[in-house]
Design a protein around this ligand. Sequence first.
Ligand code: BG6
Length: 459
Amino acid sequence: MANEPKMTEFLWGASTSAFQVEGAYLENGKGLSIADVRSLRAGNGVDTKLGANHYHQWREDIQLMKELGLKSYRFSINWTRIFPNGTELEPNEHGLAFYHELIDELLKNGIEPLVTIYHFDQPMGLIKAYGGWVSRKSIDDFFKYGKCLLKEFGHKVQYWLTINEQSVLAFSPDMLGVDTTQEKTKIYQQAYQANYHMWLAQAKVIALCHKMYPKAKIGPAVSYLTTLPATKSAEDMMAAKDLEDFYSFSQMQVALRGEIPKTYMKELIKAGVILETSPDDQEILKTGIANFLGINWYCTTIIKSITGEDTAKFILQRVERIKNHKLKYTDWGWNFDPVGLHYALRQIEDRFPGIPVAITECGWSQKEQIENGKIRDTDRIEYLQAHIHQMLLAKKEGVNVISFNPWSFLDVLSVGDGFEKRYGLIYVEGIGKSHGKMRRIKKDSFQFYKEMIAKNGSD
Ligand code: BG6
């Protein structure tokens, strides 16, 4: 298939990530990633060993995608299936074969793959060898991995997402393998040095992709924390803006402009972080500019300033998250605030006019049980309907939204909260527990989304 993006058709998709669905955590040469180790460390059976058994049931899953009418599927390649330790010179053939088969089957069924290169699963081998992303050496290992994927799959894949949610990694440094028992300043130093290395690594892969496949679309999947001030005071507005700029817009600006915002660097100074840089870095960032943006969007975050006018402290020490009791919340504290998505998309258009945007994640989590063979997930339907409506309003106003991907296609292992917290359009019976086949049951939201796709969102 030629590498020729068909930008006219809206990509109604759905999303997953490798370690959250595949299971088969050590099969066919796969190595251990930090995502595996974190989940195993919890020791409560909520781990990546079995996942949703997608590694063995992927053909059935693609048939369900087809039935749903998906135009695209956003998934990630498990770094440790390709380079089990990260340090190998040659990729693991079994890993490549798995993703070749998966991609071929998607294309055969008319489903466009949106491929994330790295979704939280850096090989433990790299973390043990030199501290993973904290070391500059990681740039070369990510580049080797990215180059391998582009060479193997670039003629079949038109949409690439480089790194999923760098800000989440920097905010939760244990996901990077950083020792979080150290004093705060040391943790910040390592987390933000790692974040800096990811920017450089990402830019190098983007530049290579443009060279190899000039028509491909490539960019980051940014966690877009849309912050709203808790009150109308200027202090709260400032705090909300500072957090949003630091957490989300800095990621977009580096990927789309090749520049690190001055306000970001000032925040690092407040955190006591001194970045180790190299003279060529600016050039690297400038030559690897993304031509496409993925955003992961779930809810708004309501922010109160706790230092008032005094902004001398690091942003994370200046804000408090507040609940808006007028809004509905999930059991895990994520609100239902769909106009926030509309507002978020307009903000992107203001800053980066015309940039193609894929909503790479958007979803509602809840505990669920089968009742009379059904899963009546009406709250999820309400969530999806409202968010799609707001997205379409933004699109009508000129925001270049090209794809919408509910999180998640089927139930996954939640990053923070195990298997009880379900997001899927498809219920996975025995997720994380059953050995062997896991039954898939279409939830009511599956039917809702199927009809929505069939009508191209027109109702
Ligand atoms: C995003 C991630 O941060 O949020 C997903 O990209 C994750 O991997 C999702 O699953 C929801 O978070 P959680 O903690 O509920 O799984």
